[in-house]
Design a protein around this ligand. Structure first.
Ligand SMILES: [Zn+2]
Length: 310
């Protein structure tokens, strides 16, 4: 029997495959990488598997998906094994491409028109998930999270909801009633996806609530954006519960509605007053500190004098 000191690339690769089946990803990666170093090429199945393992803990990292995508595009088999699963190369390529777009889009910010553009792209992406993955579940989540609940369709509903939420954010400053309509649509998509849609409902309610400002009498729509609820001492004689148009206080007692303009004027003025008091207090503290320092110095010289004359 010949004692074999070094394993060849195929043996290393097979060892890596076995470790993958047992879910020992780090060890599997070592063996697969060694087999690539010995005998691998860019079109190697081992390269695809290493890229997949590297993705495992970086599921929101664009570079990890781009790396996997490059390895898959260079690879020329239709299907390959990964652990106990069999993976379709073309399906995984599609999933990588869509996921890269999704991560990039969701991490982009902006306001106004930028948000409207983002919403448009999110809808396009949602439709691509629907058309290209449909009822199939996402491969990566199955491989690493054992989760087969996320499908092309659930991604479609989710992204459509996010798209309408983006549009709502884009217009709420100018047009809260329109924002409330967008939130309503978003809620529908969330509910079709098995979510409660409670956050959307709360926004629909807030954005479509109209009030009369207690201070200036203007009508404002959009609670939390264009008007606020503020604590106040409302005596019964002042109450306007039966006012037919927009209310100037909520049902909760001891509160009134204030429009954004009045609210900001009052709070800016109160900030100014607080700042004046603060500066005054600091000044008085400094004066007191100087007086105390002077007294301490006087006492110290008296003690020194007493010691000398002992
Ligand atoms: Zn007002």
């Amino acid at each position: 029997m010949v004692f074999k000191l070094f394993k060849n690339a195929d043996e290393l690769y097979d060892e890596g495959k076995e470790l993958l089946k047992r879910g020992e990803y780090d060890k599997a990666r070592d063996y697969l990488q060694k087999s690539i170093d010995k005998d691998g090429g860019p079109d190697d199945a081992a390269a695809v598997k290493v890229a997949l393992i590297d993705l495992k803990d970086r599921l929101t990292n664009v570079n990890a998906y781009q790396n996997l995508l490059a390895k898959l595009e260079a690879f020329n088999e239709d299907r390959f094994e990964f652990g106990l699963s069999e993976v379709s190369r073309s399906e995984l390529i599609t999933e990588c491409q869509l996921t890269i777009r999704k991560i990039q889009l969701l991490s982009s910010g902006g306001e106004g028109q930028q948000l409207m553009d983002k919403a448009q792209k999110l809808q396009q992406l949602a439709q691509d998930y629907q058309a290209q993955i449909g009822d199939r579940h996402l491969i990566v989540l199955e491989l690493f999270k054992n989760d087969t609940s996320v499908t092309g369709m659930s991604e479609f509903f989710n992204l459509m909801a996010v798209s309408y939420e983006c549009m709502s954010d884009a217009v709420v400053w100018e047009n809260p009633a329109q924002a409330a309509e967008y939130e309503q649509v978003a809620m529908g998509y969330r509910q079709q996806n098995g979510q409660s849609g409670d956050t959307n409902m709360a926004k629909v309610k807030a954005y479509s609530t109209t009030c009369t400002c207690w201070l200036c009498g203007r009508i404002a729509t959009g609670e939390g954006i264009h008007f606020y609820t503020a604590p106040a001492d409302v005596s019964p004689a002042l109450d306007d519960k039966d006012k037919p148009t927009a209310r100037s206080r909520p049902d909760a007692p001891g509160h009134i509605y204030i429009c954004r303009a009045c609210y900001s004027a009052v709070s800016n003025r109160s900030d100014e007053i607080s700042r004046e008091y603060y500066n005054q207090a600091v000044q008085e503290m400094r004066a007191m500190e100087m007086r105390l320092q002077a007294q301490i110095a006087a006492l110290q010289s008296q003690i020194a004098f007493a010691r000398m004359s002992r």
